[in-house]
Design a protein around this ligand. Structure first.
Ligand SMILES: Nc1ncnc2c1ncn2[C@@H]1O[C@H](COP(=O)(O)OP(=O)(O)OP(=O)(O)O)[C@@H](O)[C@H]1O
Ligand SMILES: [Mg+2]
Length: 285
């Protein structure tokens, strides 16, 4: 079996070496959604959505185009008006939640920005060290060390002095993930961050996210159309098609049931025997 490209070695907690242990302990709830309805352009896009995500869950969000994945992420960020329902973040109702630096988000459209934007790669990642509440503060040496570490972690060190308009699409995606994780968030929301990334960079990308999840306990929710990556890398699957259903990734029939709900009864998938993060009967009891 081919190994992923050699990861960057570093003494920091972001070190990306393979983690042999796959013990999946179940942390406290960090995201609780109950009875959520969201309407866009007079159409019900999310219907009676209820689920709980726990600390250190690594959630692959899947579902057809237009199913409501991006709408759900925007709702979690408090950016989408709710028709009904409640959202709790780290145990607090979203209306009272102010600790937004604990949550980082990379939008599906992050890479579509003005190519003349007058920052280089390192400076843009530096913006990720200032939260919503202290934009404009001067970065310290400690901040810049964290920036350099995030660049190394995402394999972008060589591009640090480049203007961001000079990067390729896949490089820009990695750049925005670096900016998101440099603030050391407890929860990372990534909306299709891997779309433009080539196969070998993709392997390293998922490897890095898995390492972040296991070693730092970062909760990750990531939308993807790559079901294989979700099955073999992540701990839970969230199927979104107006309804939302979450199941541990395992060979349990529940996973197939919720995939069919999202993609239709004809949908069929085969697990090819690779090791799942949760092996057979290793799901949460
Ligand atoms: N800006 C908008 N205004 C009104 N309706 C919208 C808007 N953006 C999306 N919608 C509608 O909301 C529904 C859900 O869209 P959403 O973008 O959440 O889907 P998605 O699952 O993220 O799809 P994709 O896989 O294509 O990214 C769709 O029916 C879409 O037409
Ligand atoms: Mg989307």
């Amino acid at each position: 079996m081919t190994k992923s490209p050699s990861p960057v070695k570093s003494a920091s907690p972001l070190t990306t070496e393979e983690d042999a242990g796959h013990a999946l302990t179940h942390g406290p709830p960090v995201l609780e959604v109950e009875g959520l309805n969201v309407v866009r352009s007079n159409a019900l896009v999310l219907k009676d959505v209820t689920f709980t995500i726990h600390k250190s869950d690594y959630v692959g969000i899947v579902g057809p185009n237009g199913g409501g994945k991006t709408t759900l992420l925007l709702s979690i960020l408090g950016l989408m008006p709710r028709a009904n329902g409640t959202i709790r973040l780290f145990g607090q109702p979203i209306e009272e939640f102010t600790d937004w630096q604990r949550i980082a988000y990379v939008s599906q459209d992050a890479i579509n920005f003005d190519p003349q934007f007058p920052l280089n790669v390192r400076e843009l990642v530096g913006l990720g060290r200032t939260g919503r509440s202290n934009i404009g503060r001067r970065l310290t040496k400690h901040d810049w060390d964290a920036v350099d570490e995030a660049l190394r972690f995402m394999g972008l060190s060589d591009l640090a002095p480049k203007r961001i308009g000079q990067l390729s699409g896949g490089q820009k995606q990695r750049l925005f993930v670096a900016k998101a994780l440099v603030g050391e968030p407890d929860m990372l929301l990534l909306d299709e961050p891997a779309t433009g990334i080539d196969a070998s960079a993709m392997e390293a990308f998922y490897h890095r996210l898995g390492s972040l999840n296991r070693k730092k306990g970062t909760t990750i929710l990531i939308t993807s159309h790559d079901l294989g990556a979700v099955f073999y890398r992540m701990s839970e699957i969230m199927c979104v098609n107006q309804e939302v259903n979450v199941a541990p990734i395992s060979d349990d029939p529940e996973m197939e049931r919720i995939l069919r709900k999202a993609y239709g009864e004809h949908f069929h998938f085969v697990l090819h025997g690779q090791r799942l993060r949760r092996g057979p009967n290793n799901g949460r009891s």
